[in-house]
Design a binder for this molecule. Sequence first.
Ligand SMILES: [Mg+2]
Length: 332
Amino acid sequence: MRWGTWIPTVRVVAMSLEAEFVDWLKEQVGRHEALCVGIGDDGAVVHWGDADKHGGEAVVVADLLAEGTHFVLDVLGPRRVGRKALAVNLSDLAAMAAIPVAATVSVLLPRMNAQWIARELFEGLLPLAREFDVAIAGGDTNTWNGPLVIDVTAWGRLTPSGPLLRSAAQVGDRILVTGRLGGSILGRHADFQPRIDEALALRTEYGIAAGMDISDGLALDLSRLATASGVGAILDVDHVPVHDDAHRLSADTSQGPSALQRALADGEDFELLVTAPPDVAATLTARSPFAVPLTDVGEIVAAAGLSERRGDGSLRPLNPTGYLHEAEDRTP
Ligand SMILES: [Mg+2]
């Protein structure tokens, strides 16, 4: 399971570069009247007509996948790459509680086999577009002597309830996650189902306001949500729903990260992370309205930072990045 240990290491480096650059860019770009929600959430909310109604606002997300950085073409194959390129964008639209509308797809193809790869990419992508009624509105196609790069920009519309935001968590909220986490490298990182329907139900039927999708691991993404909301979080680690794939991987690599560590830090789960007032959270977990489980994994607190709480009630600080490195260091 070499890729399971290699990919997260690359991701940690890329993320710290990205975080620094994004902060710089935010400063350079400044405010603009067309941006209701700008850089820093899962997507942007762009003012698109009638300012009095959320219907007049569009959500736009963008995600680029590059061979060698995000996937190994020989391992994944171009069909799954094409599907994943759209799916990660749909997951970001879900994270904003947006209904997908349209997408553009731009590809930079290796000259060798360019025609075949291009067709395969779309053979993988188009069934998912049909499933979520996404119009493929165009894009750009180029060839070069480098590896495959695919870049998707997707557009969504909001319901009258408005978006889910990373910045909307409140002290006292419970923290909920959909599905099970960890070990996505065994296949789910490419073949996952974007949680569009679940996100729309959480926003419109249950009034949930704070959320994001889990792309870089529960610990790191929860710390981002807490920071964006100006709050802290306590994670009940014994309640974290660990996927069978995480158990399978940690059984295969007995000296590597534990299944729980994988659930907290592997990433690419593309599940939803939301926060809800305790009564709403209790209703949701009792009702379990989705085909996937919905689990209460902790609470939002006033004190900044992330803590982990064990079953015996003991608390200790949880450094999400440290957690990642620790997991890597323990990998043979
Ligand atoms: Mg996201």
